[in-house]
Write a protein that binds this ligand. Structure first.
Ligand code: ADP
Ligand code: SF4
Length: 693
C-alpha cells in the first residue's frame, strides 16, 4: 500500500458545507466535447471519480445566454433544459465519493456572442478580447444590468444545485471570467462604486458571493478562481494586488482556486514551463485567509505534491492535464504503485481539442474522451479474443502502445525493432531542446512492458517480408514510422521543388542524427518551415545554439503556426527572437540554388534571394511502408505462414503527431479479434433531441 510520506495527500479537508475525501482536486478543464457530447464528457469525469480524485470539476459552463464563447464548445446552463445533461455529469463525478463542482463563467469582455447575437456586456466598453480578434465590442454594464447579472448568477447557482453539484466555482481567471474583468484596472475603467479602488473593484465579487450564499450556501460550497498575476504589467491584476484582494476578502469564498495569467501562462507546455512553476507566486497566499487554497502546476510527482502540502504552500493539489494523462493518479499513489503513473508530458495536445472545437486527445492516454464513445477504460482492456500471438514491427509510440495494450489483453506479443532503442521518433525527439519530458511516452510503456511475461522484445531486428512470413505469428501490426522529406513537398510545393545538388540540405532526421557540424559559427542556415507545428521552431533553435546565423522562412503569418493550438506560439516566437533568429513570415521558397535560396511572398509571389550555406528542410514526412507492401504482395503465402491479418498503424499509415500514433496502437490492440462492424460508425454519438415543430 501507499508510503507513509504520502499520507498527507489523503487527509480529508473541509470546503464550506462539504468535506473532500482527499487533497486531489481536478480543476476545471475543457475537453472539446462539452455541450455537444454530454455523455462522453460525463463518462470522462466518472472515470476520474473511479481514479480516486477528491474533487472533480466540469469545464467552463456558460451561465447565461448573454455571454457565450462560440465557436468554443464548453458547457451551457442557460435554462432548466440544460439541467439533465449536467446532472448526468455530477452523478458520474460522485459515484466513487468525489465532490462534484461546476465552474460558472460569465465571459464579459471575452464573449463575442456569435451564437446568441446578444450585445456583449462587460465592466467597461472595450473590444472583445479573444484569440481571434473578433470585430465586436462590449457595452459597459449599467447599474441595473449589474443587478440583473447578480440575479442571473443566483439563478445559475440554483440550477447548479438542482443539477447535483456540491461546489460552485466563480470563474475570474485566465482573462476569461467577469470577476477578473471587474478586478483588473485594465478591463475595469469604471468611475462608479464598482471601479477605481481595489475595494470598489472587488464589490461585484463580494455581492455575487453573498447572493449565492443566501440562495444555496447551506448546501453548496462557493470557490473563487483568480489568476495569480494577470501578467500584463502594472495596469493588470498583479500578484501583489491578488494578495491584497485575498487579504481584504479573506473569508469570502469557501476556497481560493489560484490559476495563473492567461491560459498560455497557466497551462504552458513542458517546453517552456517546469512542474510547479507557480510556486513563488502562490507561496504565502494561504496565510492570508482561513480558507483552503488549491493551485496548479502540472503536478505529476507525488513527492512534489506532498511537499506543497507539508510546506503549507497549498491545501489541495490542483490538476487538469495530469488528471487527463492519468485519471488514476490518486489511486496509484494510494496503492503504492508510483511507477505505474502515466505522467503528462506537457505537450498540450489535449488543449488542441478545445482550440479546434473537435474533441480532445491525449498523447499519453489514448482513452481520453473515448470512455463513452468507444467504451475504453484507461486501466482495463477488453478480454482477449480467440487468437494468441501478435508480432508488432517497430517500437515507436504506435508499436509500444499496441504492445502494452495487447499484452494487457493477454496476447503473446513479440516486438521487433530495427534499432537498439525503444521509442522510435520519441527516442530522437526527446533529445531536442525543451522536449525531454516527451520521453515519458517511452518510459511509461517501456516499464509496463518490462513487467509482463507475455512480451518479448528483439532489438537490431530490421524485418523483411521473408522474416515476417517465416515467424508464423497469427497477427502482424506494422508500425514502422516515417522519415522527413528532403525535396520540400508539403503545402507550398505538392511536387518536389528545384534543389541544386551542391547545396547542403538537412532534414530534421539528419539534425537529430547530428549530421550537421557542432559548430556553425560564421555560417548562415535557412530553416524552411512548411510543417507549421513545433519542429521548424525547434530546428531553428538547434541551429542558432550551434552558432549559425539562422533565417527562418515560412509561408505562414506565424512562426510555428499550429502551436497556437498548443498555447506556445507566442513563447516560441519570443525564444527564437531572443536567439537572434531572423524571422521571415509570409514567405515560401521557390528554389534552392548554389549558395542561396530564392524566397517568394505568399501573397504577391515577389521573389528575393537569401544567401546561405545550408538549408534545414522542415516540410512533410513519408511513411516507411515498404515492409507492409512487401508483406501484402505475399498474401497468397499467408495461410501457410499462419498469418490471419496484417495491419499498418501509426506514422507508417499516415504521419501525424505522437498522439495519433499512441491512439492507433491502442485502437489496434482493442479491436484485434473483435467482430467486424462493417460500415457502421466506430463510436457512439449523441445528437440533439428535436423540439416539436
Ligand atoms: P510511430 O510514430 O508510428 O510509432 P516511429 O517512427 O516513431 O513511428 O517508430 C517506428 C519504429 O519502427 C522506429 O523505431 C524504427 O526503427 C522501426 N522500424 C522501421 N522499419 C522497421 C522494420 N522493417 N523492422 C523493425 N523495425 C522497424
Ligand atoms: Fe499531458 Fe499532453 Fe496528455 Fe495533455 S495531451 S494531458 S499535455 S500528455
Amino acid at each position: 500500500m501507499r508510503e507513509s510520506k504520502y499520507d498527507i495527500l489523503f487527509e480529508p479537508v473541509r470546503i464550506g458545507p462539504h468535506i473532500a475525501k482527499n487533497r486531489f482536486y481536478q480543476v476545471p478543464h475543457c475537453n472539446g466535447g462539452g455541450y455537444r457530447d454530454p455523455s462522453a464528457a460525463a463518462a470522462m469525469r466518472g472515470i476520474k471519480s473511479e481514479g480516486g480524485w477528491g474533487v472533480i470539476f466540469t469545464e467552463q459552463t456558460e451561465m447565461h445566454h448573454t455571454s457565450e464563447i462560440t465557436p468554443f464548445i464548453e458547457l451551457r446552463l442557460w435554462e432548466d433544459k440544460d439541467i439533465p445533461g449536467l446532472r448526468r455529469m455530477s452523478d458520474a463525478m460522485k459515484v466513487h465519493g468525489a465532490l462534484a463542482g461546476i465552474q460558472l463563467a460569465y465571459s464579459g469582455i471575452n464573449g463575442p456572442n456569435f451564437y446568441t447575437k446578444e450585445v456583449p456586456l462587460a465592466p467597461s466598453a472595450l473590444p472583445i478580447r479573444t484569440f481571434t480578434n473578433d470585430p465586436v465590442q462590449a457595452r459597459a454594464l449599467d447599474r441595473s444590468e449589474i443587478r440583473d447579472l447578480r440575479r442571473w448568477f443566483v439563478n445559475a447557482a440554483k440550477r447548479s444545485k438542482i443539477a447535483g453539484f456540491d461546489l460552485i466555482c466563480l470563474y475570474g481567471a485566465h482573462g476569461f471570467g467577469i470577476f477578473q474583468h471587474f478586478l483588473s484596472r485594465a478591463t475595469n475603467q469604471r468611475t462608479d462604486e464598482y471601479g477605481g479602488s481595489l475595494e470598489n473593484r472587488s464589490r461585484f465579487a463580494r455581492e455575487v458571493v453573498a447572493d449565492i450564499r443566501d440562495a444555496v450556501g447551506d448546501t453548496t460550497a462557493i470557490t473563487m478562481r483568480v489568476s495569480l498575476d494577470e501578467t500584463i504589467g502594472e495596469l493588470g491584476f498583479s500578484n501583489a494586488e491578488v494578495r491584497e484582494f485575498v487579504e481584504m476578502n479573506a473569508d469570502l469564498p469557501d476556497l481560493w482556486d489560484l490559476a495563473h495569467g492567461a491560459w498560455e501562462d497557466c497551462s504552458g507546455p513542458s517546453r517552456f514551463k517546469e512542474e510547479g512553476a507557480q510556486e513563488l507566486l502562490v507561496k504565502g497566499i494561504r496565510e492570508l485567509s482561513s480558507r483552503p487554497v488549491v493551485g496548479v502546476g502540472r503536478f505529476t510527482s507525488p513527492d512534489v505534491m506532498a511537499r506543497m502540502i507539508r510546506q503549507g504552500v497549498l491545501d489541495f493539489i490542483g490538476c487538469a492535464r495530469p488528471s487527463i494523462a492519468d485519471p488514476f493518479l490518486p489511486k496509484k499513489i494510494e496503492e503504492g504503485r508510483i511507477e505505474d503513473i502515466r505522467e503528462c508530458i506537457g505537450c498540450n495536445m489535449c488543449v488542441t481539442g478545445d482550440m479546434t472545437m473537435s474533441i480532445s486527445r491525449c498523447t499519453q492516454n489514448p482513452t481520453f474522451m473515448e470512455e463513452w464513445r468507444k467504451g475504453w477504460h484507461p486501466e482495463r482492456m477488453n478480454e482477449k479474443g480467440v487468437s494468441q500471438t501478435v508480432l508488432v514491427v517497430g517500437a515507436g509510440p504506435a508499436g509500444l502502445e499496441a504492445t502494452r495494450a495487447l499484452a494487457l489483453r493477454g496476447y503473446d506479443v513479440t516486438l521487433a525493432e530495427a534499432t537498439t532503442t525503444l521509442g522510435g521518433r520519441v527516442a530522437r525527439e526527446r533529445l531536442l531542446p525543451g522536449l525531454s519530458a516527451w520521453g515519458r511516452v517511452v518510459d511509461y510503456r517501456q516499464y509496463q512492458i518490462s513487467q509482463r511475461t507475455n512480451v518479448e522484445t528483439y532489438f537490431d531486428s530490421r524485418l523483411t517480408a521473408e522474416d515476417v512470413l517465416g515467424f508464423g505469428f497469427e497477427h502482424v501490426a506494422i508500425a514502422t514510422g516515417s522519415h522527413w522529406r528532403r525535396d520540400g513537398v508539403a503545402r507550398q510545393h505538392v511536387v518536389p521543388m528545384p534543389v541544386d545538388e551542391t547545396m547542403t540540405v538537412w532534414t530534421p532526421d539528419d539534425v537529430m542524427a547530428s549530421k550537421h557540424p557542432d559548430d556553425l559559427s560564421g555560417k548562415t542556415v535557412v530553416v524552411y518551415d512548411d510543417d507549421h507545428y513545433y519542429m521548424g521552431g525547434v530546428m531553428a533553435e538547434v541551429m542558432a545554439k550551434a552558432g549559425a546565423h539562422v533565417v527562418l522562412v515560412t509561408p505562414s503569418a506565424y512562426v510555428s503556426d499550429w502551436t497556437r493550438n498548443t498555447l506556445e506560439q507566442g513563447a516560441i516566437h519570443v525564444r527564437l527572437d531572443d536567439l537572434g533568429v531572423d524571422i521571415r513570415l509570409n514567405r515560401g521558397i521557390t528554389a534552392i540554388r548554389a549558395g542561396e535560396v530564392e524566397t517568394n511572398c505568399s501573397y504577391t509571389g515577389r521573389r528575393k534571394p537569401v544567401a546561405c550555406d545550408a538549408v534545414v528542410m522542415v516540410a512533410s514526412r513519408v511513411s516507411e511502408d515498404a515492409l507492409y507492401h512487401a508483406v501484402m504482395d505475399r498474401q497468397a503465402d499467408w495461410a501457410d505462414a499462419g498469418i490471419k491479418s496484417v495491419k499498418l498503424i501509426g506514422d507508417a499509415a499516415a504521419p501525424a503527431p505522437i498522439a495519433w500514433a499512441t491512439y492507433a496502437g491502442h485502437r489496434y490492440a482493442r479491436e484485434l479479434d473483435t467482430a467486424d462492424i462493417g460500415d457502421a460508425l466506430p463510436f457512439r454519438r449523441e445528437i440533439t433531441q428535436l423540439e416539436p415543430t
